[in-house]
Design a protein around this ligand. Structure first.
Ligand code: ADP
Ligand code: MG
Ligand code: MG
Length: 883
C-alpha cells in the first residue's frame, strides 16, 4: 500500500480531489505544488494510516517506516541538504489535516529537527545566531506542549521571569545570548517534567510528532467537535511533513494570511494581514499587531506602518499573481497562508474561505458575471437560510452594545422602541406613529393586534414554539422569548433586570437573531433587497419549477409578501382577521348564540368586515391566486375567559351573562386540537361558511370593479377527512355563489379545494379530488396527526428524541419524509390519478424549510407557501432543488 504522497519541486503525487485520503490541507498543498506554485516540498501521510493506527493498537503499518525514509531522502534531494544532517540541517513542520478543517486537533509543530548541534549550524547558515536560538526555543516549547503534554504557561512563566530579571519588556529586546539561556531553561523544564532530556535525535522527534497527530484525533476536544458537527470518527486525519521556510530570518522575511476577496463584504480586493520578521502563528497570536497587505487597505485603516505592497513590492506582486491564479483555479474565494523567506514567497496553505451572507451573495454574482462559474453554481453556493440575515434590520456591526439579558432568538431581526406592556395600548400608540416593543410574560391570540403594531416582541416565558415565537416569525417581527432574567410587573408597568428598572416608555433594543435585550436605542442597519440579492433571486426564479406563495392575511403581510417575490397567497387564515379590534366581540356573539337566527345576526356584523379585508387582499395581490381558508381554529380559542369579557359580549348581545357563562363552559374542550374545529364548524354551523363565501365573492366583485383585474379565488376547506364533508360545504358555497350572482348579475370564478392535514384524507385523496380542484398539504397538523404528537406539548420530550438520535430532526421544522412525507406522496399520486390537473401545494412551516422544499420538489408539488419573510429562502431553495 502507498501510505505516503510526495509534493513539491513542481510536481505532486496527490491532488485537490484526494481530500479523503490526504486531508484538506495535504490535498491542497499537492494541488498547489502540481500547479507549479512555490510550495515548500514535503509529503503527506494518509488518513488510511490513521485508520490502521487505531485498528492495530496504535501501531503503524510495516511499510510506513521505509516509505517515510524514502520521502525524507527525496525531500533532502529537492532541498539540497538532508534531514538530520548536522552541518546544514533540513528542518520540517509537522501539520495535522483532516478532511474537514477541525479545531481541536493537534497544533502544528514548526522547526522540527533542531537540536543542540543543528541550532549552531542554522545560526551559521543564516548568519544570524539570534534567529537560530529564537527558532529553537519556539520548537522546544511547541514540541513539549503539543507532543509531550506540557503546559504553555510553564514556558511563558520562565520567559517572563527571565525578562523581569533583566529588565526587558519585549521579545524583540532579547539578544542571541538571551535566547540561548532561555533554550537551556526550557530544556530543563522538559527534563524535569518528563524525567528525560529533550529529544535530540531528529528522527525520534519526527516519529513523536507523527504519533501525536494521530493520537490527537481522539482528543477529548476533537471528539466533542466531531459530535457537534456530525463528522464521522472513521475519517481520520492525515499528517503533513513539510520543509521549513523562515519568515523570521530578517526584515526581508515575513508571514501572513490573506483572502482573495474581502470575506465580510465580498469586494474584489486582496484582503489580509502580515508581519515582517515573524514565524507561523505570530499573525493570529496577537503578540504584535499585523499590518495590512495592500496599500488601499492601509490607507482605509489609517495605519502608519507599511503595507506588504509598500514594504515588499516584488513579493507582493508575485503573491497577487498567485492568489489570482488560485482563485481562478479553484473557482472560489480562497483563504491562504504564506511565508516570505529572504524575499522569496512560499505558499503554505489554501482553502475555500468562509464568508458572511452578504459577501457570499456578492462573490457568487460577481464570479458568475465574470464567467468563472455558471449561474447554476452561483445559485447552489448560497445557503438559503443565510438569506434570513439579509431580510431584517440588524444591529450595526460596528456597535458593541451592552447586553441587559439574553433569551431565545425566536424571530430574527433587530428592533428599537418604547416598552409597552399591553397589546391594546401598543396598538393605540403605534397608531400615533410611536415605535413600540411589546413586553409580555407571554402572549395569547388576543395580543395579535398589539404584536402587529409593535416593532418587536419580548416575552419572559415560553420557548421557540411559544405563541409569541410562532406568530412573530409569521409576521417577520423580531422577537426574543423566554428572557427569564426579566421580571415584569404589570401593575407598576415596569420590568426589572440586572438590578435596573425600566418603565413604560423607556427605550430598549431587541435582537431577535441573537436573543439579546439591550438598554436604549442602538444603531441599526436596514436590509437591502437590491443589488446582488435581486440579481441572484432573479436567477433562482428562472431556475425553479415550483411556485412560491406566502401565508398572509393582513395588508401589511400581503405587501411584504409581494415585495419578497411571492406569487400569490397560499394561505389566508381568516380567523386572524377576527382578533383585531372589537371584532372578537362579534365573533363571540356568533359562537355563543343559541340558535341560527342569533348566529346570523352576529354574522351580519362580521360580513362587511371580512368583505373589506378580502377586498384589500385581492387588490394587493392583483390577480395572483389567493387561497382563503374558511374558519379553522377550535371554537374554544374564541371563548371569553374573564368575567369582563363575558359582560362585554352579554351587553352586545343583550343576553344574560349567566347563560353565556354556561354556554362557554359547554363549548370548552379537553383536547381542542382534535375538537370542534375546521370543517366541523361549517358542518354544524353552515351559516358561518356561507357568510365567509359571500364576503369573498362580494369582495372579488368590488376589487375587480376597483382595479379592473379579476381576483383569482381559491376557497379552502380545512381539516376534512372525507369527500362527504367537503361536498356538504362545497354545496353551500355554490349556493352562496348563485345567490350573489342573482343579486349582482356577476359570478366571479372560483376554485374549491381542501387542506389535507389528516391521515384519512391522504388515504381517501382520490375521492376527495373528485370535488377538490386543489390540495394544500397542511403539514403542521398532518405531522401532529400522523405522529400523534401535539406540537404545543412536544417541547418536553422531542428534545430527548433528537439527543438520543431517535428522530433525525424536529419533525415540525423539517418534514418527516418517511412518514408524513409518505402520506403526502401517496395523496398526491392518488389525487392526480383521479384529477390530473389538480393543483398541489403545501402551506405551514415546512414550506419555508430548505430541506423540506427539496422533498416537495421530488414529489412534484406545484407550489410551496410560507411566511412572507421566508419567501426569498423558499425561492432559492426551490431553485436549488430543481437543479
Ligand atoms: P492550522 O491548521 O492551525 O492553520 P498549519 O498547519 O496551517 O495549522 O500551521 C500553522 C502555521 O504554521 C502556518 O500558517 C504557517 O505560518 C506555519 N507553518 C506551517 N508549516 C510551515 C512551514 N513548512 N514553513 C514555515 N511555516 C510553516
Ligand atoms: Mg493553517
Ligand atoms: Mg391546520
Amino acid at each position: 500500500t502507498k501510505w505516503v504522497y510526495n509534493f513539491g519541486g513542481g510536481a505532486a503525487e496527490g491532488a485537490a480531489a484526494m481530500k479523503n485520503l490526504l486531508g484538506g490541507k495535504g490535498a491542497n498543498l499537492a494541488e498547489m505544488a502540481g500547479l507549479g506554485l512555490p510550495v515548500p516540498p514535503g509529503f503527506t501521510i494518509t488518513t488510511e494510516v490513521c485508520a490502521h493506527f487505531y485498528a492495530h493498537g496504535k501501531t503503524y503499518p510495516a511499510e510506513l517506516g521505509p516509505q517515510i525514509d524514502a520521502a525524507l531522502d527525496r525531500l533532502g534531494q529537492l532541498a539540497g541538504h538532508s534531514f538530520g544532517e548536522a552541518k546544514w540541517p533540513l528542518l520540517v513542520s509537522v501539520r495535522s489535516g483532516a478532511r474537514a478543517s477541525m479545531p481541536g486537533m493537534m497544533d502544528t509543530v514548526l522547526n522540527l529537527g533542531l537540536n543542540d548541534e543543528t541550532v549552531g549550524a542554522l545560526a551559521t547558515i543564516a548568519g544570524n545566531e539570534r534567529f537560530a536560538y529564537d527558532s529553537y526555543r519556539r520548537f522546544i516549547e511547541m514540541y513539549a506542549t503539543v507532543v509531550l503534554g506540557l503546559e504553555h504557561h510553564e514556558f511563558e512563566d520562565a520567559l517572563e521571569h527571565y525578562k523581569a530579571g533583566k529588565d526587558l519588556s519585549l521579545d524583540t529586546d532579547l539578544s542571541a545570548a538571551d535566547w540561548r539561556t532561555i533554550v537551556g531553561t526550557f530544556k530543563t523544564i522538559v527534563e524535569k517534567a518528563t524525567s528525560r532530556p529533550f529529544p535530540q535525535e531528529p528522527r525520534a522527534q519526527l516519529w513523536g510528532a507523527i504519533g501525536a497527530v494521530f493520537s490527537s484525533w481522539m482528543n477529548h476536544r476533537a471528539v466533542i467537535y466531531r459530535q457537534l458537527h456530525n463528522i464521522p470518527e472513521d475519517w481520520g486525519t492525515a499528517v503533513n511533513v513539510q520543509a521549513m521556510v523562515f519568515g523570521n530570518m530578517d526584515d526581508n522575511s515575513a508571514t501572513g494570511v490573506a483572502f482573495t476577496r474581502n470575506p465580510s463584504t465580498g469586494a474584489r480586493e486582496l484582503y489580509g494581514e502580515f508581519l515582517i520578521n515573524a514565524q507561523g502563528e505570530d499573525v493570529v497570536a496577537g503578540i504584535r499587531t499585523p499590518q495590512p497587505i495592500t496599500e488601499a487597505a492601509r490607507r482605509a485603516g489609517g495605519s502608519s506602518r507599511p503595507s506588504m505592497e509598500a514594504a515588499l513590492p516584488d513579493v507582493f506582486e508575485e503573491f497577487r499573481r498567485v492568489s489570482e491564479l488560485l482563485e481562478k483555479h479553484y473557482r472560489d474565494m480562497q483563504d491562504m497562508e504564506f511565508t516570505v523567506e529572504r524575499g522569496k514567497l512560499w505558499m503554505l496553505q489554501t482553502r475555500t474561505g468562509k464568508r458572511t451572507a452578504p459577501a457570499a451573495l456578492k462573490i457568487a454574482v460577481d464570479m458568475a458575471d465574470d464567467g468563472l462559474i455558471t449561474r447554476e453554481e452561483a445559485i447552489l453556493r448560497i445557503d438559503p437560510l443565510s438569506l434570513d440575515q439579509l431580510l431584517h434590520p440588524t444591529i450595526d456591526p460596528d456597535v458593541k452594545p451592552t447586553i441587559l439579558a439574553t433569551g431565545l432568538p425566536a424571530s430574527p431581526g433587530a428592533a428599537v422602541g418604547e416598552i409597552v406592556f399591553d397589546a391594546a395600548e401598543a396598538e393605540a400608540l403605534a397608531a400615533q406613529g410611536r415605535k413600540i416593543i411589546l413586553v409580555r410574560v407571554e402572549t395569547s391570540p388576543e395580543d395579535i393586534g398589539g404584536m402587529h403594531a409593535a416593532q418587536g416582541i419580548l416575552t419572559t416565558r415560553g420557548g421557540m414554539t411559544s405563541h409569541a415565537a410562532v406568530v412573530a416569525r409569521g409576521m417577520g417581527k423580531p422577537c426574543v422569548c423566554g428572557v427569564g432574567a426579566i421580571r415584569v410587573n404589570y401593575e407598576e408597568q415596569s420590568f426589572s433586570v440586572a438590578g435596573r428598572r425600566f418603565s413604560k416608555g423607556d427605550l430598549v433594543t431587541i435582537d431577535g437573531s441573537a436573543g439579546r435585550v439591550i438598554a436604549g436605542a442602538v444603531k441599526m442597519r436596514q436590509p437591502e433587497l437590491t443589488g446582488e440579492f435581486a440579481v441572484l433571486m432573479s436567477w433562482a426564479d428562472a431556475a425553479r419549477r415550483m411556485r412560491v406563495r406566502a401565508n398572509a392575511e393582513t395588508p401589511v403581510d400581503a405587501r411584504a409578501a409581494r415585495r419578497f417575490g411571492a406569487e400569490g397567497v397560499g394561505l389566508a387564515r381568516t380567523e386572524h382577521m377576527f382578533f383585531e379590534d372589537d371584532r372578537i366581540i362579534a365573533v363571540r356573539e356568533m359562537i355563543l348564540a343559541d340558535d341560527a337566527a342569533g348566529r346570523r345576526a352576529a354574522l351580519a356584523k362580521l360580513l362587511p368586515i371580512q368583505r373589506g379585508d378580502f377586498q384589500e387582499l385581492f387588490e394587493i395581490m392583483a390577480g395572483l391566486p389567493v387561497t382563503i381558508r374558511l374558519l379553522d381554529p377550535p371554537l374554544h380559542e374564541f371563548l371569553p375567559h374573564t368575567e369582563s369579557e363575558i359582560a362585554d359580549v352579554a351587553q352586545a348581545m343583550g343576553a344574560d351573562p349567566a347563560k353565556l357563562r354556561q354556554r362557554a363552559k359547554e363549548l370548552s374542550e379537553f383536547n381542542p386540537m382534535l375538537g370542534f374545529r375546521g370543517v366541523r364548524l361549517a358542518v354544524a354551523f353552515p351559516e358561518i361558511a356561507e357568510m365567509q363565501a359571500r364576503a369573498i365573492f362580494e369582495a372579488a366583485i368590488a376589487s375587480a370593479a376597483q382595479t379592473g383585474v379579476p381576483a383569482a379565488i381559491e376557497i379552502m376547506v380545512p381539516l376534512v377527512f372525507s369527500k362527504a364533508e367537503l361536498d356538504f360545504v362545497a354545496e353551500r358555497i355554490a349556493a352562496t355563489a348563485k345567490a350573489v350572482a342573482d343579486e349582482t348579475g356577476l359570478s366571479p370564478k372560483y376554485h374549491i379545494g381542501t387542506m389535507i392535514e389528516l391521515p384519512r384524507a391522504c388515504l381517501r385523496a382520490a375521492e376527495i379530488a373528485e370535488t377538490a380542484e386543489f390540495f394544500s398539504f397542511g403539514t403542521n397538523d398532518l405531522t401532529q396527526t400522523a405522529l400523534g404528537v401535539s406540537r404545543d406539548d412536544a417541547g418536553s420530550f422531542l428534545g430527548a428524541y433528537a439527543q438520543k438520535g431517535i428522530l433525525p430532526s424536529d419533525p415540525f421544522v423539517t418534514i418527516d419524509q418517511e412518514g408524513v412525507g409518505e402520506l403526502v406522496r401517496l395523496a398526491a399520486t392518488r389525487a392526480r390519478a383521479q384529477r390530473p390537473t389538480i393543483k398541489l401545494g403545501i402551506c405551514g412551516e415546512h414550506g419555508g424549510d430548505p430541506a423540506s422544499i427539496a422533498f416537495f420538489e421530488s414529489v412534484g408539488l406545484d407550489y410551496v407557501s410560507c411566511s412572507p419573510y421566508r419567501v426569498p429562502i423558499a425561492r432559492l431553495a426551490a431553485a436549488q432543488a430543481a437543479l
